[in-house]
Design a protein around this ligand. Structure first.
Ligand SMILES: Nc1ncnc2c1ncn2[C@@H]1O[C@H](COP(=O)(O)OP(=O)(O)OP(=O)(O)O)[C@@H](O)[C@H]1O
Length: 135
């Protein structure tokens, strides 16, 4: 069993796609083991996206991710990291396959609805950042 971190970004909450996204995770056999709605502080947003600091889209990314509440989740299942990445689809909704969350609902490369950890290392880092616990 693997654990990963999933976040429904502000556009997903605003557009009321939360239920659909969670439904897709559960349909895939993944289990939600922790969940909360929160508004990201600028500090938490910058820490979460620290790998993108200095890139030309960084400031707008922080503005977007702090623009409204997000749903943060700890999700568990077989190959959970890969399974979530597959469900999300390509970062850019134009390139994301139909049937993926971003392919079906994403609007722009920035407003792409969901985040899922890309490795075991980032899942540990992100879960401790958002839930203050170590796995
Ligand atoms: N060229 C870009 N222009 C604007 N925003 C971008 C661009 N590239 C990435 N982003 C935003 O930054 C986020 C993080 O980028 P990253 O390359 O880590 O993509 P990802 O791993 O698919 O997404 P996430 O980390 O949110 O799961 C993207 O999800 C998107 O919201």
């Amino acid at each position: 069993m693997e654990t990963t971190f999933v976040m429904i970004k502000p556009d997903g909450v605003k557009r009321r796609i939360v239920g659909e996204i969670i439904h897709r995770l559960e349909k895939k056999g993944l289990e939600i083991v922790d969940i909360k709605l929160l508004n990201l502080s600028k500090e938490l947003a910058e820490e979460h996206y620290s790998e993108h600091k200095g890139k030309e889209f960084f400031d707008q990314l922080i503005e977007y991710i702090t623009s409204g509440p997000v749903i943060a989740m700890v999700v568990k299942g077989n190959n959970a990291i890969q399974a979530v990445r597959q469900l999300m689809g390509n970062t850019d909704p134009i390139k994301a396959a139909p049937g993926t969350i971003r392919g079906d609902y994403g609007l722009t490369i920035r407003e792409n609805l969901v985040h899922g950890s890309d490795s075991l290392e980032s899942s540990k880092r992100e879960i401790s950042l958002f839930f203050n616990k170590n796995l």
